[in-house]
Design a protein around this ligand. Structure first.
Ligand SMILES: Nc1ncnc2c1ncn2[C@@H]1O[C@H](COP(=O)(O)OP(=O)(O)OP(=O)(O)O)[C@@H](O)[C@H]1O
Ligand SMILES: [Mg+2]
Length: 241
């Protein structure tokens, strides 16, 4: 089911409530196998709730989550990973005292992958010189790039990037943008949850704007980010992301 036009990932009519509070209401969107979609929205819009629905941390109160034609709504994170859904985390989730190479081993967890391919991936990500270094000695930017390499090593069908540039310097952010453009764009379906608009315009084919738990608008970055409605949503939000 890896056709050219059919979405590799979609959520259909997803709602999530916590008690009487609706954090997400009837959210639908889809991502093609070669498309990067950014999810943006002001504070409290429901972005983190959405990430947890996509990754399987939460089960939606209503609606369906579909990966490459299969209904994965009720599946836990590990089962989603086995079906080809990979993710990175907003906060670096690496293990002190372990090297980059050991993290890559951990990421493949005994599954059938080529050692040579792994080395090549580290090389393409600019990490091969550090392969035997403790991850603690890496810059924050390199740690996040390692997380991305760990997500990519199993050649996922669909990749969820949770604020890939959070906490990065300008130079690190530029490097991450280039890696996303070179290594992911046009090659795999991706959702990027991001608050930095310049990252969105430089990486994404499509943008979905969440506000108060619902899709406010969506479209190409040039149109969506110029939309007065979107500007208004952000002006109304204190921290502006
Ligand atoms: N476990 C929970 N229990 C109750 N309410 C929750 C829970 N998680 C989130 N919410 C509420 O749902 C709404 C959406 O929260 P969410 O964290 O998804 O927003 P967000 O877009 O990630 O915001 P931010 O930009 O501040 O990270 C908020 O009003 C929040 O208080
Ligand atoms: Mg959040």
């Amino acid at each position: 089911m890896s056709g050219t036009s059919h979405p590799v990932f979609s959520v259909e009519g997803v709602s999530k409530s916590f008690g009487v509070f609706n954090a997400l209401t009837d959210v639908s969107l889809s991502v093609r196998h070669d498309e990067i979609r950014a999810i943006i929205g002001p504070n409290g819009a429901g972005k983190t709730t959405f990430v947890n629905i996509v990754s399987g941390v939460y089960r939606p109160s209503k609606g369906r989550v579909i990966l490459d034609g299969a209904d994965i709504t009720g599946l836990p994170p590990q089962k989603r990973a086995r079906l080809g859904l990979a993710r990175t985390f907003q906060i670096a989730s690496l293990f002190r005292g372990m090297t980059i190479a050991e993290h890559m081993e951990l990421a493949v967890r005994g599954r059938d992958t080529d050692r040579h391919e792994r080395t090549e991936l580290l090389d393409r990500m600019g990490l091969s010189a550090f392969a035997d270094r403790d991850v603690q000695t890496l810059s924050h930017g390199d740690q996040r790039i390692l997380e991305m390499a760990m997500a990519m090593v199993l050649k996922p069908k669909f990749l969820l990037l949770d604020e890939p540039t959070a906490g990065m310097s300008v130079a690190e952010t530029d490097r991450m943008i280039r890696l996303i453009g070179d290594r992911l764009r046009g090659k795999v379906g991706v959702i990027i949850v991001e608050h930095d608009m310049s990252v969105v315009t430089q990486t994404s084919d499509q943008v979905t704007v969440l506000a108060a738990g619902a899709v406010a608008t969506s479209g190409t970055p040039d149109i969506v980010l110029r939309d007065p409605l979107v500007k208004e949503l952000y002006l109304g939000s204190a921290a502006g992301h």
